[in-house]
Write a protein that binds this ligand. Sequence first.
Ligand SMILES: Cc1ncc(COP(=O)(O)O)c(C=O)c1O
Length: 418
Amino acid sequence: MTGNDDLFSKLIKVECPDSTYRPRSNPIVLARGKGSILFDVADKRYIDLCAGFGVLAFGHNPQYVLDLMADKGDEFPPVLHGLGDVYPSVDKIEFLTQLFAVLPSYLKKAALALTGSQAVELALKTAMMKTKKRRFLAFEGSYHGLDLGVLPVTYRDDFRAPFSTFLRDNNAVHLHFGCDPSAIEQQLKSACGTDDAFAGVIVEPIQGRGGVRPADKQWLKTLRELCTKYNALLIFDEVFTGFGRAGRISFTDDVAADLTCFGKAVGGGMPLSICVGSEDAMSAWPTCESEALHTGTFFGHPLSCRIGSATINQLKNADVINSASKLGESFRALLRTLLRDSALFVDVRGIGMMTGVQFSGDGTGAKLMDLLRVEGVIAIPSGNQGNVLSLTPALNIEQALLEEAAVLIQKCVKTVRQ
Ligand SMILES: Cc1ncc(COP(=O)(O)O)c(C=O)c1O
């Protein structure tokens, strides 16, 4: 059993039906990769315009990661697992030191986890402990993960519906993303001083899975002012955008969020996520003198931290982020030119190396994903109607690969059926 179909059939027999996307035809099983090129088990080549949901800032198997993983011949190599919240590893301490060297100085304390959802959960818990309140204001189109603790703030009802009886306290209110600040003020003001007051406002500076929708900087600044006025914490969710994807390390350089969440790129391909906050916000947590109030067996995993430190180093050493932004801009310009005559084409937007191509017709992005796979391009849909093609390649993808992929996207757009 070595071909794509055979291996996929094997998977279907043993995996929960919800765990892996099952295309109607041409399933693939990925096998090998370097940079922005992948091969499936049948040795078919793909240009990767997804980079593991934006995780792989430097593509597959970058040399700095291979070097770190190489056997150095030590009799006692660095620990692979210490005792997370009990006895810390050198790698965790080094990672946290590197982290704060690239963040604005008002951010002082961090809590580590493994996934984006877990980082958001940490932020929600922090805000609840700090304010002693339980409700959150979030925005339409937002995606903050699918764990039970964060489902209330993630926008889509279909993700919540099967669990609605468990989530019935409905602790989140969703307003239009980019709405008139008066609508936000009205919510915060009317609840202020009551048991229903808001613990925090959570926002993605650029909605990623919502369809690559950037927030206006001034709007984010107004959120800051309103949170201060009504004693709610401002929480940024930079899980997708953080650490280079959106042309910068963090939006907290511009707007002082009380808490921000990182995931994806910061671990360089390893599971690592972070909730970072101001001293004031993070002081809500008690000092751990016996058992931690919030921890997990693998939180602050040494190998993730080691690769995370090296990834931050890579991002800050070279002019990677600026070059990626320029490349992203020229990619968007090329896509605009190639697609402008298509009746389905609506818009190309994005920032840094984060691009969304919006089409008319629900599900067009999803249909394109299937066509592109056959043409040898990996890309996924986004947007609440699946009408956006989300393109988040490695920051160091070669221009020639972007050009090759753009032509294939044009070809698929010509053949996609409504
Ligand atoms: C903005 C944002 N927050 C949170 C998450 C959840 O991250 P994870 O899937 O690692 O739990 C995602 C995942 O796409 C995301 O884009």
